[in-house]
Structures are given as structure tokens and as C-alpha cells.
Design a binder for this molecule. Structure first.
Ligand code: AMP
Length: 429
């Protein structure tokens, strides 16, 4: 994996990527400048070597520098920003219990996960953390904030709600982390993020992490950061260790092909992505009717249901989860061995994020995409983004009735095609 560290003085300058010399051993956690108690926490978690983003980001962050990190999912970026933040806050024992660290994330699930990770990294200190996000009653959050914590992990809307109610004071924030900044931009949170930043003191240290760094994020970084060190890990492609394959199939046959694929995969948990909420709940019902252990996760369910579904999946109580993009980013569930894209994602970046849900932290996994003839152009966009062709392999008995190229050339919306052409009988053997 390639690492590049540079001071981001000129955003448009081409970035030089240096490979680490082969013979030299890579630096371990003990050479990054972390304290003995941080090393003890990492030891307890069983981390042996720092990941590339940790090697790149931790030393400048410990020196008090702002860090602009671009790292693909599953690279260990949570520890890369959490450890320096915890180190800094733990030093000032007199300020313990005052809100001084803030992590802003785009989704509720990610907020919960990051806060859980922080508890692990801070286990050898007396740093306390809390999480606030929409979709749950605000009362318990207010009580937790009144009780006092050092680090708050939050989604933007609910955090601003607390600011307005004066139940969270961001004026004492020393370290601010904007996590998955490109996703917050895509979700329309950027104005909320700016308002949050404006509530904090300009003397803060700022970390901004983003899978991609489009110009809008660079612009934000220049506004809210001071001479950030830029740390970039890897290229824009799915993490290593993932076998990717595309199965061309008629749209009307997808659910049967999915069932066939699920039945032949006996190892590990499976995360199935759909574009729409109703497809996710319909598919979950269909698979449940076939006797499979399935739950669905999407924005149409209450937050309590979402939290329980995710927890059951994490605990391995459910083997298959069908989800929309709410589960595409940042979720870290070790048991996932297979990701299935029931629909090709419209935004090619979502493909990279979805596929990154498997093969977490050096494990291996596979990513299967079911491509109907009219999704061919979207797949081409994904391949353009990653720079790699994904193998096409039709599954016997589920070969598409239309060649992808012919379908794309027809440029006819799928809904207007005669249904008989798409669902020409069941050819499953
Ligand atoms: P993240 O990209 O922060 O979501 O981390 C992905 C996964 O890698 C999480 O399960 C972390 O606990 C794990 N992880 C992070 N850093 C390391 C490390 N240095 N060694 C082993 N596992 C790690």
C-alpha cells in the first residue's frame, strides 16, 4: 500500500507518491510517538502493526498539526484520528469531563461505531465519550451531556439541535474531526458542518478525513484548517483481498439468482445492497419466506429497529442483511465475507464503499454485482473510477436474454420494455 505525506500548501499541485523502501522494516506503533498507555490499549485490542494511514497521520497529529487524510474504507482511519485526540485530551487531567473532542460523522450507524471504537482506544485513560444522533429521544443524550464527557461523536443535525438548546457547548472543543467529509457533502450536510465549525474556537486542531477529496472538500479544508499535513493512502479502489465479479442477469431473474447464490455460500455473513428501501424490504421478505435468516436495514425503519438490526447482524444472530446505502459507508463488521450488489449503485463511489464492507482488516471476501443489461453503463462508470475491469461471469441458467451492449445501445428506459422480453420464463435448472 502506498503512503504519501505532504504539507498541503498548494491544493492543485500534483501529489508525489513515494513507495516505502523495500528492505527497511515499516515503523511499529512504538515509533509513532504514542504514550505507553496508548500502546497498552492497542495491545489489548490485539493490534500489532500500524496501518498506512496510522503511520502517516499519527506523528504529525501528535505534533499538533492539522491533518487532511484521504483513505479508503477499512484502512484503520478511526484509530488514526482517535489516538492523537485521546493523547492530547488525556494529558490535561484538570479538564477531564469537559467537552474537548468532537467527531462529526454523516450517519447514525457510523457515529455509534466510531464512539465504540473510541472507547476501546481510550480504555487505558479516564477519557469519557458519548454519542448523539437523530432518530432517538433527545432526553437521555441531554442527561449524558450534563453528566459530562470529553469526546462527543455526533451526526450534524442532532448536534446543532443540542447547540441550539445549549445542551452542548462547542466553545471548548480543542480537537475537531470531520469524518467521511465527502459523504457529508453528498448528503447535503455541508452547511450544517460549517455552522458546527463556526461554533468551535479557531485555535482548535482539525482533522478532516474523506475517502475522496473533490474540490469542494479541498475548499472546505482550506477554510477550516491551518496548513494541514496531507496524508493519502491507496488509490481509489476497493480494499485488497476482495474478489470482485459481475453476474450479468435479467432484472426479473435477479431475486432467484440471489437466492441461488446465497444458498451456495455457507461461510460468513452476507450483506446485500439495494438502491431503494422498498426493494430492500421486499427482498428481505422474499428471502425470509425461503427460510433464510434475514433482516433489512434502511431509512424507512425506525432508529430503534435500525440499531437492533445492526446489533443482531454484528452479533452474528442474523446471517444476511439487506440494506440500502445507509450501510454502505464505514461500517465495520468482521463477519462479512460476501457483499452482493443486488442493484448496481448509481454513484460509482458507492460501489467502492459497499465493496469495502467485506475483507475488513486483512481478511478476505468477495463482492458480487448483479448487473441487468441496462446497468451496463453504470458498471462502466465504476470501472472508469477504479481503473480496473471487473470480471463478468454469467451463472449457468441465469444468462441474460439481452446482450449488455445491445441493451445499452437501445437507450430505452427499462420500464418501457415489454415485460415478456425481460422475464422470458424461468431458466433456472
Ligand atoms: P476503520 O477503517 O477505522 O473502520 O478500521 C477498520 C478495522 O480495522 C476495524 O475493525 C479496526 O478495529 C481495525 N484496525 C484498525 N487499525 C488496526 C491495526 N493497526 N491492526 C489491526 N486492526 C486494525
Amino acid at each position: 500500500m502506498r503512503t504519501e505525506t505532504e504539507t498541503d500548501t498548494d491544493a492543485d499541485a500534483p501529489t508525489e507518491v513515494k513507495d516505502a523502501p523495500r528492505e527497511e522494516p515499516l515503523p511499529g506503533f512504538d515509533s509513532l510517538g504514542l504514550s505507553a498507555r496508548a500502546l497498552e490499549a492497542l495491545d489489548r485490542l490485539g493490534y500489532e502493526e500500524p496501518t498506512a494511514i496510522q503511520r502517516g497521520a499519527i506523528p504529525p497529529a501528535l505534533e499538533g498539526r492539522d491533518v487532511l487524510g484521504s483513505a479508503q474504507t477499512g484502512t484503520g482511519k478511526t484509530a488514526a484520528f482517535s489516538l492523537p485526540m485521546i493523547e492530547r485530551l488525556a494529558e490535561d487531567e484538570a479538564a477531564q469531563g469537559t467537552l474537548r473532542g468532537l467527531v462529526v460523522t454523516p450517519t447514525r450507524e457510523l457515529a455509534q461505531q466510531v464512539e465504540r471504537a473510541i472507547r476501546g482506544y481510550a480504555a487505558t485513560t479516564s477519557i469519557e465519550s458519548a454519542v448523539v444522533h437523530g432518530g432517538v429521544p433527545i432526553g437521555p443524550e441531554i442527561r449524558a451531556l450534563e453528566w459530562g464527557c470529553d469526546i462527543l461523536v455526533a451526526t450534524p443535525g442532532r448536534l446543532l439541535d443540542h447547540v441550539e438548546r445549549r445542551t452542548a457547548n462547542l466553545g471548548t472543543i480543542e480537537v475537531l474531526v470531520l469524518d467521511e467529509a465527502d459523504r457529508m457533502l453528498d448528503m447535503g450536510f455541508i452547511d450544517d458542518v460549517r455552522r458546527i465549525v463556526a461554533e468551535t474556537h479557531s485555535s482548535r486542531q482539525t482533522f478532516l478525513f474523506s475517502a475522496t477529496i473533490p474540490n469542494a472538500i479541498l475548499y472546505l479544508a482550506h477554510q477550516v484548517m491551518r496548513e494541514p499535513v496531507r496524508v493519502q493512502v491507496g488509490l481509489e479502489k476497493a480494499a485488497e483481498g476482495i474478489d470482485e465479479v459481475i453476474h450479468p442477469v435479467d432484472r426479473a431473474e435477479k431475486h432467484e439468482l440471489l437466492l441461488h447464490l446465497l444458498e451456495s455460500r455457507t461461510e460468513g455473513q452476507i450483506l446485500v445492497f439495494t438502491r431503494r428501501r422498498d426493494t430492500a424490504s421486499y427482498l428481505a421478505d422474499y428471502l425470509r419466506d425461503q427460510g433464510l435468516s434475514v433482516e433489512d436495514l434502511h431509512g424507512g425503519r425506525s432508529q430503534a429497529e435500525r440499531t437492533k438490526t445492526l446489533q443482531d447482524f454484528r452479533d452474528g444472530k442474523t446471517r444476511i442483511m439487506v440494506a440500502t446505502n445507509v450501510a454502505a459507508r464505514g461500517l465495520d463488521i468482521r463477519g462479512i465475507r460476501h457483499v452482493v450488489n443486488f442493484d448496481v449503485p448509481e454513484d460509482p463511489r458507492d460501489y467502492v464503499h459497499r465493496v469495502g464492507r467485506t475483507a475488513r482488516a486483512d481478511e478476505t471476501g468477495d463482492a458480487i454485482t448483479l448487473m441487468s443489461p441496462h446497468e451496463w453503463l453504470m458498471v462502466r462508470d465504476i470501472e472508469k473510477l477504479t481503473g480496473e475491469a471487473i470480471e463478468r461471469r454469467a451463472v449457468e441458467g441465469f444468462e441474460p436474454s439481452v446482450e449488455p451492449l445491445a441493451a445499452a445501445a437501445a437507450e430505452e428506459p427499462e420500464a418501457s420494455r415489454p415485460r415478456s422480453r425481460l422475464s422470458r420464463g424461468r431458466r433456472r435448472r
